[in-house]
Structure formats: structure tokens, C-alpha cells
Design a protein around this ligand. Structure first.
Ligand code: FEO
Length: 402
């Protein structure tokens, strides 16, 4: 397997995982993924930035061999998660002069996860630099993108940011510079929603300082590179800081059509009020797409019948997911039908304690919806539109360590 040249003395030596369809046994990967590793050579020193998922060790070693690499001085370990660090023990074994560079917290986590001798790991501080001979690497500790030990590396002379999972996407491709910018951005948004969004507030604290550096190229650890950094910096700025949009994510499940009819009516009413809608039928919904829709929606509506004394499990799963992803929604509502006791709403509230939303309404129907149900749904749509108009800008807020 061959290395791919990015610039003189900078090559991609990673792996493309075309066939992977699930990450963390949770996230759908419709387009596979890649594990990016980069070899950077100065006049005096050679650095490998990240390794790859252990199943792809051969690809990494092949590409290094293709470049004729005999000595690596440093291996930068931005992140201890195994898709980037799992091959580190093998790399250190194959290149006995190499020292792995990581954050203080990274050192502990790498040793928790992998058989790595302490003397082969060196802690670097944020702002510390190393001179490769004509090329200067600066380390930037940036915790919680998306683990607590994460850092990035900045190649000062050329304005290249090696950004770890940040700015990444699960998008397998045989080109480092993807020709379809809209598709790349769609994959990056899916990635943001499922990986970074829960840490939006803590990420926001360092974001402007990070991107104030001159940037000519961003090299993330998954997916294609960004040779026009603004193409991803601006969307990230919007996803982190912008006021949520006048848009409702309506996620529902229906057993005998009553809840579905309520949802249909509510969506018509929201449309008439000028509220955008993304609709998800939860018995078959793609949770990645659901997460992506939550990135900038102001309102979440859950629709579920009461079944066995609570939420339908498909709706419960959507609530759990929204709760842990912590989107920027400010408003929420519940709609649903029940046969004899309307208990589903209680579960909805119990399962979403981390959502910082005002619950602006709940509409229940005993059995099939009737004229008064539809009138209540019209009123709920009006309330959602009116409440959106009163929302202030994002405050940034303060989250403690997740
Ligand atoms: Fe791609 Fe968080 O590892």
C-alpha cells in the first residue's frame, strides 16, 4: 500500500475502512470511515501523527515502508481512543527510537488501555513546541474533543492543523480532498452531532483562539482533509454558538395510527405557523440522521402512545439519545394517544433531564384524536412559534466536566 503525498515531506499513511457500518456499536456509518495518520519529515526529525485502528496496522506499516521510513523520532498521540492509538504499541516496537508524545491525562489513559511502557511516553504541555529542522510543531491541549485527554498539533510555518477527531467525518474515500463539498459537510455534521455536540459548551471555550491561527489546511483523524478551512470552521462556529433555528424535530412512533394522525396534524399546524420540521418515524429511523437534525433545531417534539404503562421503547430510546447528545433545543413538547391511562409523558420527562428545554405543551388523546385534540395541536403549534420568537441568543453557558 502506498503513502499519499500531501505536501513535500508530509504524507498520509492511514487506512480507509470502506466496510465499517457501526461505530461504538451505536453510530451508523453509512459511508464507512478512515483512520488518518500522517508522516511529517523535517530536516532532522521525523514524526508520525497518530496511528490507526489495530485491524489496519498492516496498511500503516506498508505505507511507511513505501516511503522508506527507517526511523521515527516521535509519534504524536492526540487521543487515546483505540481507533487512533490501538496500533501504538506495534509502532513503538517497530521503531525503537520513537517516543510517543501525549498530554498528561493522555499518558494515563494510554497506559490504562494499552500495553505501553511509561518510558516510551512523554508528556507535552499546551504551547510546547518541537523543532523538526525547519518545521515547528506546537501542541494544543484541547480537552473534550471528545475525550478528556485530547490535543491537537499545529505546524506553525505552514498553518496546518492536525485536529484529532475535531473537524472529522466518517466518510471513506480514496481521495484526501473530497470533490463533493456538500457531501463532505453533511458527513461532518453527522459526525459533529454524534461525537462532539455533547461537549459543545466546553468546546466553545477554546474555539475562537484555535481558529484565530493562520490556517491553510486542516488534517483531521477521520475523513477527507479541509484545504479551505473556512468550509468547516464556519459551520462549526454556527453549530457551537448560533441561536437554534425555528425548526422542530418531530420524532414519533404509533401503534394503531392515532399518534401518527396527531403528528400529521401538528406538522401541518407548525408549517402554517412558519416552523420548519424534520420528521422521524422511530420504528425505523436512522439515529445518525436524527442526531444531525438535532444540531440546530429549537424544538423537540416526541410522539408516543402509552404502552405497558409508559413510553413506547422506540420513543424511549430517542429520548435517551437526545438526552445524552445535549442539543441546543430550548423548547419541547409531547403528543400521544393512550387506551386507558396516559403515562408516556411522565417517561419523556424522566428520560430527558439533561435537555435544557421548556416543555411548552403536551397533548394527549384517549383513543383516537377528535376535534378537540386537533384544536389543542393547533394551539401547541402556535405556542411553539410564539415562544421561538421570544428566545434570546445562545449564552454559551458553563458546563462542568462531562
Ligand atoms: Fe476517532 Fe475518538 O476516536
Amino acid at each position: 500500500m502506498k503513502a499519499i503525498k500531501i505536501r513535500e515531506g508530509l504524507h498520509w499513511v492511514g487506512a480507509v475502512d470502506w466496510d465499517r457500518r457501526l461505530f461504538d456499536a451505536l453510530m451508523p456509518l453509512p459511508d464507512g470511515t478512515s483512520y488518518n495518520a500522517y508522516l511529517l519529515q523535517g530536516r532532522e526529525k521525523t514524526v508520525l501523527l497518530d496511528a490507526v485502528e489495530p485491524a489496519f496496522a498492516e496498511a500503516l506499516l506498508d505505507r511507511l515502508a513505501d516511503l522508506g521510513v527507517r526511523r521515527i523520532d516521535y509519534v504524536v498521540s492526540h487521543h487515546a481512543e483505540q481507533d487512533h492509538s490501538g496500533t501504538l504499541p506495534l509502532v513503538l516496537e517497530q521503531f525503537p527510537e520513537a517516543v510517543a508524545l501525549c498530554t498528561k491525562r493522555g499518558k494515563g489513559m494510554l497506559q490504562d488501555l494499552l500495553p505501553l511502557p511509561a518510558e516510551r511516553l512523554r508528556v507535552v504541555a499546551s504551547g510546547e513546541t518541537i523543532d523538526l529542522g525547519g518545521r515547528t510543531l506546537e501542541f494544543i491541549e484541547y480537552p473534550w474533543v471528545h475525550w478528556p485527554e485530547t490535543m491537537m498539533t499545529y505546524l506553525r510555518e505552514e498553518g496546518i492543523l492536525f485536529s484529532c477527531d475535531f473537524f472529522g467525518s466518517h466518510l471513506a474515500a480514496n481521495r484526501l480532498f473530497f470533490p463533493d463539498r456538500a457531501r463532505q459537510l453533511d458527513a461532518a455534521r453527522l459526525y459533529w452531532a454524534q461525537i462532539m455536540m455533547p461537549f459543545r459548551r466546553v468546546i466553545g471555550r477554546q474555539f475562537e483562539k484555535l481558529v484565530a491561527r493562520p490556517l491553510s489546511l486542516i488534517c483531521p483523524s477521520h475523513g477527507p482533509l479541509w484545504d479551505e478551512p473556512a468550509a468547516i470552521v464556519e459551520p462549526y462556529r454556527d453549530w457551537i454558538f448560533a441561536k437554534p433555528k425555528n425548526h422542530a424535530v418531530v420524532a414519533y412512533v404509533s401503534m394503531h395510527d392515532s399518534t401518527r394522525r396527531m403528528v400529521d396534524h401538528l406538522i401541518d399546524a407548525l408549517t402554517a405557523e412558519g416552523v420548519g420540521v424534520s420528521r422521524f418515524e422511530l420504528s425505523g429511523a436512522d439515529v445518525g440522521r436524527l442526531a444531525s437534525a438535532l444540531v440546530d433545531a429549537a424544538t423537540i417534539v416526541i410522539g408516543s402512545p402509552t404502552v405497558l404503562g409508559g413510553l413506547h421503547p422506540a420513543a424511549a430510546y430517542a429520548c435517551l439519545l437526545a438526552n445524552v447528545l445535549k442539543p441546543k433545543a430550548r423548547l419541547a413538547a409531547f403528543v400521544g394517544s393512550h387506551g386507558w391511562a396516559g403515562k408516556a409523558k411522565d417517561d419523556f420527562l424522566r428520560l430527558t433531564p439533561k435537555l435544557q428545554v421548556d416543555v411548552v405543551g403536551a397533548v394527549a388523546a384517549k383513543g383516537a384524536p377528535r376535534a378537540e385534540t386537533f384544536a389543542q395541536l393547533d394551539a401547541l403549534a402556535k405556542t411553539i412559534a410564539e415562544r421561538y420568537a421570544t428566545l434570546g441568543e445562545e449564552t454559551g453557558g458553563e458546563d462542568g466536566e462531562p
